[in-house]
Design a protein around this ligand. Structure first.
Ligand SMILES: NC(=O)c1ccc[n+]([C@@H]2O[C@H](COP(=O)([O-])OP(=O)(O)OC[C@H]3O[C@@H](n4cnc5c(N)ncnc54)[C@H](OP(=O)(O)O)[C@@H]3O)[C@@H](O)[C@H]2O)c1
Length: 198
């Protein structure tokens, strides 16, 4: 399965670090183009593959690690999604207040899903601060938990499998409607850094 991360900032580079730690190739793209990723490759090694947006958006599993308002622009050049998996790591936040964006009662994942019609959307990697997400997920106490949710069970399983391969302990919370209010910014699972023992 080909993996890609859109965004190479705090969250994108934290995730790229985890792929590199496990020796898993991942395409990484941002708004400035592949040449801007030379420093990240120098730091993390050749498993980080600089890509154009178009190349990254063609992967089997695409992780969105861009600011929430930038999602439509970031995915504009994607071909048909045709059931490919999109992982929504975004949080809908108003700055500088750092409060949940008023989405008129809608889930942020529902708005992201509209931008990627035909994709199977899974929300994951959004509840931990980037500096925590970047750390080795394994510790003597257990493995760091990553929550995920989505409406397609097979896509959830694919993302849980990736989370597991990266060394985290996945917890599948179920559907977006059920889990979104818990998992999205402002919800009770935000910034809970849990370890799964054993
Ligand atoms: N920071 C955290 O602790 C944290 C925790 C959980 C979730 N999140 C969420 O994760 C997302 C990313 O946050 P961040 O802190 O990583 O942001 P960031 O450091 O500002 O990085 C944003 C990245 O998105 C890229 N980008 C912006 N517009 C784009 C576009 N139109 N096309 C392609 N790439 C584009 C930027 O490209 P350039 O590099 O070229 O500018 C940059 O690499 C946000 O939705 C945030 O709410 C953040």
């Amino acid at each position: 399965m080909a993996y890609a991360i859109i965004g190479s900032g705090n969250i994108g580079s934290a995730l790229a670090r985890q792929f590199a730690r496990k020796g898993i190739n991942v395409l990484v793209a941002n708004s400035r183009g592949p040449a801007s990723l030379a420093g990240l490759v120098a730091e993390l090694g050749p498993t980080v593959v600089p890509a154009t947006l178009e190349q990254a958006l063609a992967a089997d599993l695409v992780i969105l690690a861009v600011p929430f308002p930038k999602v439509p622009d970031a995915v504009r050049g994607a071909g048909p999604w045709q059931g490919r998996v999109v992982v929504d790591a975004t949080n809908a936040i108003d700055y500088p207040a750092f409060t949940p964006k008023d989405l008129g009662g809608r889930l942020s994942s529902a708005i992201v899903a509209e931008a990627v019609p035909g994709a199977r959307l899974v929300k994951a990697f959004n509840t931990l601060p980037a500096a925590v997400l970047a750390q080795d997920p394994a510790s003597p106490g257990g493995r760091r938990v990553v929550f995920l949710s989505g409406d397609d069970r097979a896509a959830n399983a694919d993302v849980a499998g990736l989370v597991d391969r990266l060394g985290f302990a996945p917890i599948d919370l179920g559907s977006l409607a059920a889990a979104g209010p818990l998992q999205q910014f402002g919800g009770p699972l935000m910034v809970h850094d849990l370890l799964k023992r054993g």
